[in-house]
Design a protein. Structure first.
Length: 142
């Protein structure tokens, strides 16, 4: 039996995933990190993107996080995010609409324009679309 680590993915609303994993991949602000059982303790900020959990047996489950924190202990990995969803639950039409809205805001730059907010919304929409496209490639869904 492969070594495993317990993984909890939690949003502000609910626990999204809790279980054992062989490996976890997460979008840290300085680049993607991979966590194996027994990893050295680590706390890092996450950017919007996809968290992938490789289950015992090799199957992967994908989750979208809007940002948040990753805490790694030798036997427990915790992902805390304001928004976390199973990748399969992402709404592509809503993500495309959010992306277009953010692009329009960045192009128009009105007086009451919040550039940081528009850039954050754009990053989240792009991350959601990337998660949707990756999920389609790995599952063959259209």
């Amino acid at each position: 039996m492969a070594m495993t680590v317990h993984v909890d993915i939690v949003s502000a609303e609910a626990e999204i995933f809790s279980g054992l994993a062989e490996m976890v991949f997460a979008p840290a602000v300085m680049g993607e990190v991979g966590v194996l059982p027994g990893h050295a303790p680590l706390v890092t900020a996450l950017k919007p993107g996809e968290v992938r959990v490789r289950l015992p047996g090799g199957e992967e489950q994908s989750f979208y996080v809007s940002s948040g924190m990753l805490e790694v202990q030798p036997h427990v990995v915790t992902v805390l995010s304001d928004t976390a969803l199973r990748a399969a639950d992402l709404d592509e039409a809503a993500a495309l609409e959010a992306q277009e809205r953010a692009k329009r805001l960045l192009a128009d730059r009105q007086a009451d324009f919040d550039e940081a907010q528009a850039r954050a919304e754009l990053a989240q929409a792009v991350a959601q679309l990337q998660a949707i496209r990756r999920l389609r490639r790995t599952t063959g869904r259209s």
